[in-house]
Design a protein around this ligand. Structure first.
Ligand code: ARG
Length: 233
């Protein structure tokens, strides 16, 4: 029995639906991947800050949560082959006039929100003069922007786009600054020593990429141009 951890705060990737069940692109995907690999499984909802520690201490065996494959993370954990290409996107409050780049946000000494220890947070760290405000959940950064607690937010482009289109009450006074700013690949995360499991997950995922299943789920969840299904290797 594989225990799979998911941070269900990332609609439409993974979230709790009206019936309180785990739902979303990554829920559908991981079910297909493990079933196709022949495993029984259990899904658990774990907050972002607890995912990597809980995996390493064997509370669960797999994590899927829009996690970007990074070299630094590979020192501690193993990744599957990529299932999605995405990146970060930036929303700024309309009060930030005449600002069209991160450099200009830095010049204005803007306060920009991001979820802690994410690639969005690392992205902002490149701009010394930006005041980074961190949040446990991406949605909290967006709520804070609506309340003028920050001047803008950086997040995974699918989430940013979702909030821009579906949480108008929060984002009506904001605009996109540019488009997708980075190219990142999402992978399923495993413990380093689980080499056999990694091979089985990769084989299963590869088949689902090749037979169009991943693209079908991308279409079902309307991920649009903000995330792209990679070609199978
Ligand atoms: N892709 C980003 C990263 O890996 C953000 C992931 C955040 N995911 C989440 N479910 N909260 O750093």
């Amino acid at each position: 029995m594989l225990v799979i951890a998911i941070d269900a705060t990332f609609i439409p990737m993974s979230f709790l639906n009206d019936r309180g069940e785990l739902d979303g692109f990554e829920i559908d995907l991981i079910k297909e991947v493990v079933k196709n690999a022949g495993f029984d499984y259990e899904l658990v909802n774990v907050e972002w800050g607890g995912l990597f520690g809980g995996l390493i201490t064997e509370k669960f065996d797999l994590v899927i949560s829009s996690i970007t494959i990074l070299e630094e993370r590979k020192n501690r954990m193993a990744f599957s082959i990529p299932y999605l290409q995405s990146g970060v996107a930036v929303l700024v409050h309309n009060d930030m006039e005449n600002v069209d780049s991160l450099e200009q946000l830095a010049q204005a000494k803007a306060t920009i929100g991001a979820q802690i220890n994410t690639t969005s947070y690392y992205y902002l760290q490149k701009y010394q003069d930006i005041n980074i405000k961190t949040y446990d959940k991406f949605a909290h950064a967006v709520i804070d922007m609506a309340n003028k607690g920050n001047d803008g937010v950086v997040g995974d482009s699918v989430q940013v786009n979702y909030h821009f289109n579906n949480r108008k009450e929060l984002t009506q006074n904001a605009r996109f600054l540019g488009s997708r700013m980075t190219s990142e690949f999402y992978g399923i995360v495993l413990r380093k020593e689980n080499i056999e499991l990694q091979q089985k997950i990769n084989a299963s995922l590869k088949a689902l990429l090749a037979n169009g299943t991943v693209q079908r789920l991308h279409d079902k969840w309307n991920l649009g141009d903000f995330a792209v299904v990679p070609l199978p290797e």
